[in-house]
Design a protein around this ligand. Structure first.
Ligand code: MG
Ligand code: MG
Length: 259
């Protein structure tokens, strides 16, 4: 899983180097597909099946009010957009899963604050992904920081998850909940923790394509995700934002002064 996640994170870093206004999200999807296959992996999301529907792309790319599961298309990114890119890689029998939201040009202070707080909440959740805690402790920490402290909307319809041989495994890891509730966290459990945080209402709807999730009020939404392994004392984070953040800072087309 560490290897699969290293491909996911390296793929995000490559995208962070080249993102710019005028780029289409279908082009980004192609970059993701090529990078994953060049590294001997298979895109986890391509043909991912829910009911009788299959996700037809290699990456979920969600712009502005799109929360998650966005379909890449011919829309060009423009100054002031935020774009959430969710990437999964399957290799050697295991999945890696991580997401990152980028600011194209300058979307303004209010949106940058949303990105900052959402990323912070991910790490606050990860702090609770340790032996002795329960899933609800992760959920509570994320909701506390985003909804109660910053008055953002925490999406209820979609949640984090166990990850490993399958992309989505038990337990569910909601971004809202009560401390001390839910399954116990034992060393070795691997989770994808992924706050999906809306600037306005928590309510979302599905687009006609059956996948793209958007905010009800049209306000922007941010999404950051790490795959982690529960340990004693401190979680082992299997994906990494380190190289993504370095590339983001070096790319003059991205705003990244919020952390
Ligand atoms: Mg993901
Ligand atoms: Mg996930």
């Amino acid at each position: 899983m560490r290897h699969s996640n290293s491909i996911v994170s390296a793929c995000h870093s490559e995208i962070a180097k080249v993102l710019k206004p005028g780029m289409t999200t279908i082009y980004i999807n192609g970059l993701v597909e090529t990078f994953i296959r060049d590294n001997g992996g298979v895109p986890s999301f391509l043909n991912y099946k829910v009911g009788d529907q299959r996700f037809p792309f290699s990456a979920c790319i969600s712009v502005n009010d799109a929360v998650v599961h966005g379909f890449p298309n011919n829309r060009e990114l423009k100054e002031g957009d935020i774009v959430s890119i969710d990437i999964g890689v399957f290799k050697n029998g295991f999945h890696g899963d991580s997401a990152y939201t980028f600011a194209i040009g300058d979307p303004g202070e209010e949106v940058m604050q949303l990105l900052k707080v959402t990323k912070e909440s991910l790490y606050k959740g990860i702090e609770k992904a340790v032996f002795g805690c329960r899933v609800g402790d992760i959920s509570w920490a994320i909701q506390e920081h985003t909804e109660r402290k910053h008055k953002y909307g925490v999406v209820r319809d979609l949640v984090g998850h166990g990850v490993g041989r399958n992309l989505h495994e038990d337990p569910q890891v909601p971004n809202f909940g009560k401390r001390g509730n839910g399954p116990k966290l034992n060393p070795g459990i691997t989770l994808a923790i992924e706050p999906m945080i809306n600037m306005g209402t928590k309510d979302v709807y599905y687009e006609k394509d059956g996948w793209t999730v958007r905010t009800r009020d049209g306000k922007p939404s941010a999404h950051y995700e790490h795959s982690v392994c529960v340990q004693k004392g401190k979680a082992d984070i299997l994906s990494s934002f380190k190289d993504i953040e370095t590339a983001e800072k070096a790319n003059a087309n991205l705003r990244s002064d919020y952390y």
